[in-house]
Design a protein around this ligand. Structure first.
Ligand code: M6R
Length: 631
């Protein structure tokens, strides 16, 4: 998804902007650009492709051409108009006084067509197909010498979602930013401010941040002391100041917070890809997720974030779990967990479907938003919808302080650390672990005996060790994948708790290897998809021991009879399955409700190795964004 970096302060801005954009590359983009306010005026560079192309472009310019103390930068993921230089951000507008406004934007301006018509009539000439250019020109149209006021006025006219950073060549020490529905964080560093849409671009500069709520604007000023006061005089020690308001110009105060993660967590640390690093570090991320939450002696789960809502959770009439993509698959497992362990009716839904179908929310409904980023637009909107209709809003979110985290009544953070790989891996396991803890937390207060809880908790405590053992099979998995990676169609099948795992396995494979893959309940195969099976087609069965094992074995035979190549995820010690499968990846024997936490691990490695073997850039899969903050 698009990324924003902006800076005002005592250092030369463009290297900082480029470094920040590089840290956001993992989010997905197709063009990049920056604008800096130099003593000679506004200087803009925009290029198609990687940030390194933009960097080379700036480096090749005349020495010092881009040197400045104020600037904004952007990586664009095309929505309105293709990825071209003209559509890349920043976009600009000319003020009536002849000054230039430059603006970068994440989000979507829904009423851009009406505004564009109005601005065209006013004489503005558009050079791109983007909705963002409308906002830049509207700000310019409303500018009367005060950038903050112009931004506020422009934002009062737009509908949609935005995170923006704006500069004007008439105000060389002022950066104005605002947000509604798209994330934006302001880092407070020494003698400077660095703003970004994602903490990973800030953390090398500072861990002191403020976040903005929807419809809030921040004016950040940095410059020699007396320049700040007068706007143009030179000299004096460097000073910084910031002011937060609403778009209606009401002053608001924002607390300075401490960012939770450090630079090391977002660096590769010797791994070839972030995805591999995040897969391999799962024993540690699971440990972090479970830390302090399992009390084996008392047979209880400790979830401080649920606090005063325990009663409502235990008495809930229904659980509604919403998410998208991988988070939706975790939600589907949550559905099984809630009914199985907590004995409360539950349904998982795509957030994007839930929000638009006039849903009925009965009394006592608990809505759980499952999200790594906490910024997925559909999930946030579904949560709001459920809340408005009376549901208690609970979050299972990774990013601390994200929009979803802030809008829920209660929640449980995943605490798996920043996830950089576009393909979600450790966050999925964190989501499932948190939903398992939630189901046990409620189950204990309903029907589950202490002995049953203790058994689950003892297995959960050993989960990091279990996962570490599964990960040791990485080479074996790669060798198997090597034999099948040329096949363009794969099936992933599972039953019960392992049906959503099959869905997740298929999603992982398609998103990074571009192999077409379908996941489905194993029994569903006979109702149509079996027609696809031909000689050599890889069919991955998630088939650990459990209540449905025999049924899955029959499905395996059906595939074999049609020439399909069976790849099985099975329980350690299952000798029978080896006779039927071309390859077997083993997982430890854990209770059925905990199986997804281990059965998904080999599937993550299948996807990873397939993508690498096919020569794809695993961390920057085509067309994909790390978090989808627009509809
Ligand atoms: O940040 P979220 O968990 O809300 O993101 C939801 C999906 O966009 C995300 O899981 C997506 O499907 C990933 N690419 C999966 O690997």
């Amino acid at each position: 998804m698009c990324g924003i970096v902006a800076y005002v302060g005592n250092k030369n801005v463009w290297p900082l902007l480029v470094e920040g954009l590089k840290r956001l590359e993992y989010r997905g983009y197709d063009s990049a650009g920056l604008a800096v306010v130099t003593p000679g005026g506004l200087k803009i560079a925009r290029t198609v492709g990687r940030v390194s192309v933009l960097e080379a472009h700036v480096e090749q310019a005349a020495a010092g051409a881009y040197d400045a103390h104020l600037g904004i930068a952007h990586t664009r993921w095309a929505t309105h108009g293709p990825p071209t230089e003209a559509n890349a951000h920043p976009h600009t507008g000319k003020t009536k006084s002849g000054h230039t406004i430059a603006l970068v934007h994440n989000g979507i301006i829904e009423n851009y067509a009406t505004l564009k018509k109005y601005l065209t009539e006013k004489g503005h000439v558009f050079t791109s197909q983007t909705d963002t250019e409308v906002l830049a020109k509207l700000t310019a149209e409303l500018y009367d010498g005060d950038l903050e006021r112009a931004v506020q006025a422009a934002l009062r006219e737009v509908t949609g979602a935005y995170a923006i950073a704006v500069v004007c060549d008439n105000e060389p020490h002022t950066l104005v930013c605002a947000r509604k529905g798209s994330p934006l964080i302001v880092g407070i560093a020494e003698k400077s401010y660095i703003v970004a849409s994602d903490a990973s671009a800030i953390v090398s500069h500072t861990t002191q941040v403020i976040t903005l709520d929807d419809y809030q604007v921040v004016k950040l000023c940095a410059g020699p002391n007396d320049r700040l006061a007068t706007g143009d005089a030179a000299g004096g020690p460097w000073a910084v100041e910031f002011k937060t308001t609403t778009i209606d110009n009401v002053r608001v105060t924002r607390d300075v917070q401490e960012l939770e993660f450090d630079l090391q967590q977002i660096e590769l640390g010797g791994y070839r890809h972030f995805m591999l690093k995040e897969i391999m570090e799962q024993p540690e991320s699971i440990r972090n997720c479970l830390r302090g939450r399992i009390d084996l002696r008392e047979s209880r789960v400790v979830l401080g974030g649920l606090g005063k809502y325990t009663r409502e959770l235990v008495r809930a009439s229904r659980f509604l779990l919403v998410g998208q993509g991988t988070a939706f698959h975790a939600a589907r497992i949550g559905e099984y967990l809630m009914e199985d362990l907590a004995k409360i009716p539950a349904r998982a839904e795509y957030a994007s479907e839930f929000r638009y179908r006039n849903p009925i929310i009965e009394d006592g409904t608990v809505a759980v938003a499952v999200s790594q980023s906490g910024e997925t637009a559909d999930t946030l909107a579904a949560l709001r919808e459920a809340k408005e209709r009376g549901a208690l809003a609970v979050g299972a979110v990774n990013v601390v302080g994200s929009s979803i985290a802030r809008e829920t009544d209660a929640g449980v953070y995943l605490h798996v650390g920043p996830e950089i790989g576009v393909a979600s891996t450790k966050a999925f396991v964190g989501q499932v672990a948190v939903l398992t803890l939630l189901a046990l937390y409620i189950g204990k207060r309903r029907y589950l005996s202490d002995d049953v809880i203790r058994n689950y908790l003892a297995h959960l405590e050993r989960l990091p060790e279990h996962v570490a053992n599964v990960l040791k099979q990485s080479n074996h998995i790669r060798e198997c994948v090597e034999r099948h990676v040329h096949r363009e169609n794969w099936l992933f099948l599972g039953r019960g708790y392992n049906y959503p795992v099959a869905l997740e396995g298929a999603l992982k494979l398609k998103e990074i290897s571009y192999i077409h893959a379908e996941g489905m309940p194993a029994a569903e195969m006979k109702h149509g998809p079996i027609a696809l099976i031909d000689e050599g087609m890889p069919v991955v069965f998630v088939a650990p021991q459990g209540s449905q094992y025999d049924k899955v074995m029959s499905n395996i035979e059906e595939v074999r009879a049609r020439g399909g190549k069976v790849i099985a995820v099975a329980t350690e010690g299952d000798t029978k399955i080896h006779k039927y499968a071309d390859a077997v990846f083993t997982v430890p024997d854990v209770p059925e409700a905990l199986q997804p936490l281990v059965t998904v691990i080999p599937l993550q490695l299948v996807a990873y190795h397939a993508a690498v073997l096919r020569g794809h850039d695993v961390d920057k899969p085509r067309n994909l964004a790390k978090s989808v903050t627009v509809e």
